[in-house]
Design a protein around this ligand. Structure first.
Ligand SMILES: [Zn+2]
Length: 288
């Protein structure tokens, strides 16, 4: 069985502030150590249930957080930008022209995930670009990285098997992907910058157990697809960011801060979403 892991950092136990997630900031190196530990526990669980082919996509910031030499033997690491499909690069079984396993993965695990932008009680809640998006809606439903990325996995026929993060991320995932999704809560959010961190020994045991259980529950994995056509509605922090996205074709301006785009092929829409993020971030002003 071939398992794909998209690994983020904000939803790791012990992480409560952005300074723990940014290279060069105090706390970052410890944050990455904690990320490795949680991934080890998840991989132990996956392997205890018999899955052998495991690829991890480093899905945080510049995707140069994880170290291949610190991962368990036999695990492949997808590292660094620029790459197609961002946090879920390679879930289709290929990255651009580079084949990974020749066909899509059997199931997807999201580790260290966080709540969507706008959630008050969710540690470091955001959707892709924290300083760009006020809201991201998929066919009218506000979604975060979980929804956007699970939809891309679903587009390629890869079902969601497992998600870990704070309690806000887990409840967001269950409400979107269904109650049968295996989730492991590693901390309980108190606010956007505070959480009750659970005892590390308990968290690592729960991750190992949950990952093993997820593999054993493969008959209940859900393929999440947003339907066709699919519409993405983006509300930006700054109207100038919405202006910038109008450089792209087929963008509909809904109001000062909001644009909308529709496609029948979700993989095209996902790439347009990433392009909107690049264009909008280019309009960030340090003073206004
Ligand atoms: Zn991240």
């Amino acid at each position: 069985m071939r398992i794909y892991i998209s690994a983020d950092l904000e939803g790791i136990n012990g992480i409560v502030h952005s300074s723990q997630t940014q290279p060069g900031e105090p706390g970052y190196e410890r944050g990455v150590q904690l990320m490795h530990k949680e991934l080890h526990a998840v991989i132990d669980g996956i392997r205890s249930s018999g899955a052998t082919d495991i690829y991890i996509a480093d899905a945080h910031w510049d995707a140069r957080n994880l170290r291949c030499e610190l991962l368990p033997p036999g695990v492949h690491l997808i590292s660094g930008w620029q790459r197609p499909f961002s946090m879920v690069s390679g879930v289709s079984g290929a990255i651009g022209e580079k084949a990974l396993l020749g066909k899509p993965f059997d199931g997807a695990f999201f580790v260290g995930y966080h709540a969507r932008t706008g959630v008050a009680c969710g540690v470091l809640s955001h959707t892709y670009r924290a300083q760009v998006y006020l809201d991201v809606r998929l066919n009218g439903v506000s979604v975060g990285e979980t929804g956007l990325n699970a939809s891309l996995a679903g587009h390629f026929g890869v079902p969601m098997a497992f998600l870990s993060g704070d309690d806000a991320a887990c409840s967001e995932a269950k409400s979107l992907l269904g109650d049968r999704l295996t989730t492991v809560t590693v901390k309980r959010a108190v606010s956007r910058y505070s959480a009750v961190c659970l005892p590390e020994d308990e968290v690592l045991a729960a991750l190992k157990h949950g990952a093993a259980e997820a593999i054993n529950k493969r008959d209940y994995w859900s393929l999440y697809t947003p339907g066709k056509p699919v519409t993405l509605t983006l509300t930006f922090v700054d109207p100038a960011m919405a202006d910038a996205t109008e450089l792209l074709p087929d963008i509909k301006r809904l109001d000062d801060r909001t644009v909308e785009l529709s496609q029948t092929d979700y993989s095209v829409l996902f790439r347009l979403f990433l392009a909107c993020g690049v264009l909008a971030a280019n309009r960030k002003d340090p003073y206004f």
